[in-house]
Design a protein around this ligand. Structure first.
Ligand code: PMP
Length: 349
């Protein structure tokens, strides 16, 4: 007999991108971290952090963070729920809204964690494939009518953004929750945040891991009307955001100038990386995120991934249909991107 529930026995578990061994220097372009440092104002809060605040439990709703976020986002603070990364909010949604035939629906390929969370919860999944142009298959998503429909916009790994009128149409036809995962929105042309005011069933998810260069902090949040948040609050850990994340996150979100400046640098490098890869024979889709999805010449993606790894350059390779001829490459600093392009030039010669 197994110790575990059958659904846990049957699953593989989410496989995060590789981490280098401690002390080993690599160029890490595989998990979409921001190559630039976090806000100096946020780092100062970290350096000056009062140990007394660690002795005590943190505020259960991370109120000082919510106040800062509310100012920046222009929504009341009870429309914001903070989490231990946006993965925490995804997890709360799945646990609060779904089980069995109360199904989860999403277009594929997309963020693999949606499937993993469904497996843990023993929830049925309906996957609706994107076409090669990555236009959202709205009619099929409406027909599937999930208890939750997850749309990553910009999507990973394609980097594509869904137009707001399409998201709005989807929201108005679904009876369940539409969760718009905006992990990469800081690098995109527009956000769907306003839709939370127009549709009671929409929640928008954000993270500090990408635009704010704080993946190690583990902070994310959801924005929705208080009634939609109420079920998630019942399910969450009592203290799901630690005192350090709450204080540093409040300072980071207040420093929009820093976040916007580093996003602009990443976007400029994204354009150059796209041009350089195209020059080398890759087919690169247009990206609104801090990574590009690049189809390798001569079907060499798997071999290139391995050869780059041997040279200390990590990129993401998904061994699955439709993606196994491509590499997902995080936009690094200009020097890192140049090192990647030089290595690829040699490998493809
Ligand atoms: N959504 C998407 C689409 C992502 O790619 C990621 C990060 N891999 C997340 C959410 C989770 O981000 P975090 O938990 O670090 O906030």
């Amino acid at each position: 007999m197994s110790y575990f529930r059958p659904s846990v026995d049957a699953m593989t578990g989410y496989q995060p991108g590789e981490q280098p061994a401690p002390g080993v220097k690599v160029i890490k372009l595989n998990t979409n971290e921001n190559p630039y440092p976090p806000s100096e104002a946020a780092l100062q809060v970290l350096r000056g952090f009062d140990g007394e605040l660690l002795r005590r439990y943190p505020h259960p709703m991370a109120d000082s963070f919510r106040d800062a976020a509310s100012q920046v986002l222009g929504v009341p603070h009870d429309w914001i729920l903070a989490g231990n990364g946006s993965d925490d909010i995804l997890n709360l949604l799945v646990r609060a809204c779904t089980e069995g035939d109360r199904k989860i629906v999403y277009p594929t390929p997309t963020y693999v964690l949606y499937e993993t969370l469904a497996e843990i919860q023993d929830t049925k999944v309906v996957e609706v494939p994107y076409n090669d142009d990555y236009n959202l298959p709205v009619e099929q998503l409406i027909e599937a009518n999930g208890a939750i429909t997850f749309i990553a916009s910009p999507n990973s790994p394609s980097g594509t953004l869904v137009p707001l009128d399409v998201l709005s149409k989807l929201a108005s036809h679904l009876s369940g929750v539409l969760a718009i995962d905006e992990a990469y929105v800081d690098f995109a042309d527009y956000s769907a945040l306003e839709l939370v005011k127009e549709h009671n069933n929409v929640i928008v998810l954000r993270t500090f891991s990408k635009g704010y260069s704080l993946a190690g902090l583990r902070l994310g949040f959801g924005v929705a009307n208080p009634e939609l948040l109420s079920g998630l609050i019942k399910v969450k850990d009592s203290y799901n955001v630690d005192a350090v994340a709450c204080a540093v996150g409040a300072a980071a979100i207040a420093d929009q100038a820093h976040k916007n400046a580093s996003a602009e640098r990443v976007k400029a490098s994204r354009a150059k990386l796209t041009a350089d890869l195209t020059q080398l024979g890759f087919k690169v889709g247009p990206s609104q995120a801090n990574f590009v999805l690049a189809q390798a010449p001569n079907n060499k993606a798997g071999a290139l991934y391995q050869a780059l790894k041997e040279r200390g350059i990590l990129v993401r390779y998904f061994k699955q249909p439709r993606l196994d001829d491509k590499l997902r490459i995080t936009v690094g600093t200009e020097e890192q991107n140049q090192a990647l392009i030089s290595a690829l030039t040699e490998l493809l010669a």
